[in-house]
Design a protein around this ligand. Sequence first.
Ligand SMILES: [Zn+2]
Length: 295
Amino acid sequence: MGKLLEKLKVSKVLSSDGAWGTLLQAKGLKPGECPESWNLDHPDEVTDIAALYIKAGADMVETNSFGGSIFKLSHYGLEQKVTEINRLAAELSRKAAGREKFVLGSIGPTGKILMMGEVSEKELYEAFCEQSKALASGGADAIVVETMSDLDEARIAVKAAHENTSCEVICTMTFEKTVNGEYRTMMGVSPAEMVPVVKDAGADIIGANCGNGIEGMIHIVREIRIVDPDIPVLVHANAGLPRYDEGKAVFPESPEEMASYVPSLVGAGANIIGGCCGTTPDHIRLICDALKMYR
Ligand SMILES: [Zn+2]
């Protein structure tokens, strides 16, 4: 059993970090600039973001590598730097996390659609293998495959991380509420459908990230718990459904509002709670406070 699962056995619930993009933008990341290039050009700023979340009380921090696959980095002419950028991502978060806290190596979607034949399963596997090996070599404890909407892509990413690293593997997909009141990914996958597929591919921890806000996560966690009472569940919720103000996303949920849902989320069966788009160190601080009574 890996370190993170061991810790979960003892603590039952853990906290995770919040949004990275929002903080990178606050530090000067420009529209159209490659966020992951900051690992090369502004390493101290990247470490500082991880440090802000650790200081807020998070038990784990992600890495600045969400778009670190060769498919994403090649948009910026960085296809030769995949290994370096991902290794650095893990090293920079590790610097902030120290030995006591966990580093989750972030892997997001490639943007290539299998179903449309834009990419083959083998190409996807190789890309995720390269990225996860680099994150592991930089010291990630776990790999978090996140914001997935295609179950095949999620499965391949989990499999690649599981087969090519000794890291624990987390997989979260992004579900949105449909007009029928059900939760589905953009590609139509339900939480219940996700569970057996990503578990079979090697996921140790599963869950949901991004989406419409923290309240919907309660339903998603319940649906996961119906099909699997035991697997640890991670939730990285957005700070609500964004409104667009002159093209800029504004997230409505305050730290207090998000933290008020923590008891219901834990009651539904969530084990790790953190944030996604629009969440800040203040959101994480209050979520950590709300989690204290369960540990
Ligand atoms: Zn998000």
